[in-house]
Design a protein around this ligand. Structure first.
Ligand SMILES: O=C(O)CCC(=O)C(=O)O
Ligand SMILES: [Fe+2]
Length: 299
């Protein structure tokens, strides 16, 4: 398939229709998914954080003209708006949360795979930054392809600034999610994601993509990304070390659960009073007072 750009849809597109496009092309652009107040809020909350961090030390992947910050649920309340966006979540649910029958004795029981948040990242690609190597995000789990309909990740990249072909708008190779593991991605096959601030590109773990080059512009390209992953995969960003207990307690319940404060189908339980219990039980107990130290503040 040769496509000059990903298909564009509007925020009122039904999730089923969006999933059809994504499973056909590997990704989709949703125009105007987030309003001005959300984008302004993200800028106000995250610019000081990004101002205070160094650029990446690694020239090739992290980028030595690129700034990154994570742990975003503790840094901006607008992160929850993105994670709980009904279209994005609806798409992720449909792609990831497929039930699989397992036997419990003689009874087949349908178990949905569940999904959780694998990573959050604000990314500012600065002037002078070359293109990131094209990659599949599911390579962290050495995922094999073709995937036989089992995708590991549904990723969103929200444009906080405008994304252009010159300022590092995410490069995507349409159709590359269908490739096997022998075929290398080539830069000439990739198309830049061009979209206005407030729009978003959604792609799956097996789609080749990468940050674009920002050579001729004099502006930062500001994007915010997160991924929903199959719940049984180790999250890239460790939620238990990233967030303090107080921070976790301040988040909406869906976010607490998506950050692995949950146990479904025996995955992730914690023993309380001799029972394999849902970690949510610990959150409601005043005598439970310790977990991760939280990230050091940059500002
Ligand atoms: O910055 C971008 O546009 C893409 C970043 C990316 O793919 C990554 O860091 O894994
Ligand atoms: Fe990536």
């Amino acid at each position: 398939m040769t496509q000059n750009e990903l298909t564009r849809i509007t925020p009122d597109t039904p999730a089923e229709a969006a999933v059809e496009v994504i499973m056909r092309d590997g990704g989709v652009i949703v125009e105007g998914l987030f309003d001005e107040a959300t984008i302004e809020g993200l800028e106000n909350d995250l610019n000081p954080v990004l101002d205070a961090v160094d650029t990446g030390y690694d020239e090739v992947f992290a980028g030595n003209k690129t700034k990154r910050a994570s742990g975003l649920f503790a840094r901006t309340e607008h992160m929850a708006t993105i994670a709980l966006n009904p279209l994005y979540r609806g798409i992720a649910e449909r792609i990831l949360n497929k039930p699989i029958n397992v036997f419990m004795g003689e009874e087949p029981v349908p178990n949905p795979a569940g999904m959780h948040i694998g990573a959050t990242m604000a990314i500012k690609i600065g002037p002078g930054q070359g293109a990131q190597p094209l990659h599949r995000d599911d390579s962290v789990w050495l995922w094999r392809h073709p995937t036989y309909q089992r995708e590991a990740r549904v990723q969103i990249m929200v444009a906080v600034s405008d994304f252009t072909a010159d300022n590092g708008g995410t490069l995507v190779i349409p159709g590359s999610h269908l490739w096997d593991d022998e075929r290398a991605p080539r830069l000439e096959e990739a198309v830049p994601t061009v979209m206005k601030a407030g729009s978003a590109v959604i792609w799956i773990g097996s789609t080749y993509h990468g940050g674009g080059q920002n050579i001729t512009s004099d502006q930062y390209r500001f994007g915010l990304s997160m991924g929903y992953d199959l719940a049984f995969l180790r999250p890239e960003e460790n939620p238990f070390l990233t967030y303090t207990l107080d921070q976790i307690r301040s988040f909406p319940e869906e976010i607490q659960r998506a950050l692995d404060w949950t146990a479904e189908h025996y995955l992730g339980w914690v023993e309380v009073g001799g029972q394999m219990s849902d970690p949510m039980e610990l959150l409601s107990r005043t005598d439970y007072t310790s977990t991760g130290a939280g990230l050091p503040s940059h500002v």
